[in-house]
Design a binder for this molecule. Structure first.
Ligand code: ITT
Length: 186
């Protein structure tokens, strides 16, 4: 069994990865080491700078993930600022910004970055298209889940079980890609 550290403060992300990677012979261990989420222009830059920072003090294989919500009518806001915006104006603030706006398309994006000592990091992407609902619906999940309805679904992520969300989610798609790369590299 190979040990793979997941550098994250988010328990939900960890549990999802653990379940998916166990059958492939990876024992995933959560490490909440924290890394500076620098003000960057892309999720990939945030993830790569996270890798560089963690690598300085940690010498085992690890992965980390960065995600964000990009709203078309707001020119991609909150995007790389999703965490800050969630803890400041929050869901009511986003709904206010979109009040009276009919075009409510949005995309969740996820970037997984995987690092092994002395090797180039592996970067994979996943996205999930959908719309911002008119009001908060559901209490499951975290972050923007109660206001995001993925395409081909009738309800928000906040109204879905983890298994249902995983059928659509940006993070599950990115993780699938990472798993395929890791499988090939075994
Ligand atoms: P890390 O320690 O792994 O960074 P985090 O919870 O801070 O965990 P991110 O920086 O990747 O996660 O995510 C930034 C914000 O984007 C997060 O605080 C949520 O508000 C939002 N977000 C990301 N993925 C989401 C999802 O699947 N559903 C709802 N909101 C999400």
């Amino acid at each position: 069994m190979r040990t793979l550290y997941f550098i994250t403060s988010n328990k939900g992300k960890f549990l999802e990865a653990k379940e998916k990677l166990l059958p492939l012979g990876f024992s995933v261990v959560q490490k909440d080491l924290g890394y500076p989420e620098v003000q960057a222009e892309s999720l990939e830059d945030v993830a790569l700078q996270g890798i560089t920072h963690v690598r300085m003090g940690f010498h085992e294989p690890f992965m980390l993930e960065d995600a964000g919500l990009f709203i078309e009518a707001l020119h991609g806001f909150p995007g790389v600022y999703s965490k800050y915006v969630f803890f400041t104006i929050g869901l009511p603030g986003i709904l206010r910004l979109l009040s009276g706006v009919k075009e409510r398309k949005a995309i969740f994006r996820s970037v997984y970055a995987y690092s092994e000592p002395r090797k180039k990091p592996i970067i994979v992407f996943g996205e999930c298209k959908g719309i911002i609902s008119m009001k908060k619906q559901g209490t499951h999940g975290f972050g923007y889940d109660p206001i995001f309805i993925p395409d081909c679904a009738e309800k928000t992520f906040g109204e879905m079980t983890v298994e249902e969300k995983n059928q659509f989610s940006h993070r599950a798609k990115a993780l699938e890609k990472l798993i395929n790369v890791l499988k090939d590299s075994k």
